[in-house]
Design a protein around this ligand. Sequence first.
Ligand code: SF4
Length: 518
Amino acid sequence: MRVHLINPSEVSFGTAVITPRWLYVLAAATPATFGDPCLVDETLEAVDPDQIQPGDIVGIGIHTANALRGYKIGTMARARGAYVVFGGIHATLYPNESHELGGAHVVVKGDGDVVWAKVLSDCSQGTPLHVYEGGRIEASEFLPARWDLVPRKSYMWASVQTVRGCPKHCSFCSVWRTDGQRPRQRGSDAVIEEIVQLRRLGFRFIALADDNFYPVTLTDISLAEAQHNTHRVNELKAIRAERFALMARLAQLPPDTIFFTQITMEAAEDTDFLDAMNAAHIKGALVGVESVTPAGLKDVYKEFNASGADLVEQLRTFRRHGVYVLGSFIFGLPSDRPETFQATALAAAQAEVAFAQFVTLTPYPGTVDFNRWEKDLGASPIQIGGVPITRRWLIPQGLRPKLYWTHPTMSAEEIRKNTQDVWDTFYSLKSVWLRSRFIKSMRARLAFVLISKIYRQMYADTGISTDSARVSRSAQWVRWLAKPCQRLFAAPEMPHLKLPEVWSASTSAKETSCELAN
Ligand code: SF4
């Protein structure tokens, strides 16, 4: 009996940008008695069915975008006599679908870190349950990943998680509803050990794959203080202090280490935090800008974001403090008008974001937007290829619409075309080269240009293009560029790298500055 863990993907590039962390975490959760699991990331290469034998256990992790491919793999694995187990956000939201369409014997809902060993044990005894509730485990139970199993030369970035959950409640996002609004933050010891292991292996680019790296704002602390809620104030300050503790230790890593994370724009209020990020080599962050207008922010329940000139200033603050921004913008919001596209492109340029993504408003299961959309469509939504549009991920890839909302003033094609134009403008070679001016070394500048072009091909053409020839040219292009790009990202192994020293709260200037800021 062998355990297989499979990350489904319709497209394989041979080299991937980022490690799918869940594969290596569930590998760690697999008891030694089962041996090392066979890990398959289909963004590298497609699964080989001949490797799956009767009695094997096949774990498949799905999110909405790769659910259909996951179901094909599950059906194949079950036909070959394996036990099929589904997990991940999509399986948590739609467990019956995995059973009905994916050949699942088992669905694991919620976090898999702890419950996985029980699933394997039950399958090995021939008594698996239909559904296991993994729930939301505490941060102290998060498992460190088995990085000893990673094919080092196949990935540009490794991924480590430091916090799960986000206190916000954006209408298009499922994180706060699936991972919860209470930040579950790992202690710095556990995080730093994984990071040092990765650096020893030769990864110097590491994504901190967090829902929100800034889980406590200064405003949160001030509000709790105004309410004289001492317990809450202490709790929030402890979370904040742990962030600084982690960053102080990351700062001791070799200077060429680079981290990237995901954070809310509110962090611009907290320049101590940004300075600590810079010192900790956290040089880049995805910031959900979403819209450049107050009406657009209202559309997505994200009024805590700035707009207009304040927005530009806040994003520039990140850059002034050494944190380069990947700005994420949404098009197709009800308040958007034709002029919104150019205004957004201009704001992105003025704000000096290093990278940007321009996505069209899409209803994701588990979100407020999705529920509203599904309700609006009523009991008999239109069908495409025999599939109701409210189960859009089951529609064959080539037939899927590019947009799902009826906009009050613009046609779907108008939104799609304008979105594509903004991508094309932002990622023209001239614009990318100009944006790379802040980088001193030619090698690093070249890496910036390459990753910009790969990013654009991977996410723009495969996402919004309606031209299948263009999509396939893009995939080809990425395959061709990814290998040399991976070499630019690699670093020599550092087998003797020591763990950074433990940071002492009593000697921290940062805690003092937090007090002053309040
Ligand atoms: S979009 Fe970002 S800030 Fe909003 S709920 Fe999701 S993770 Fe939190």
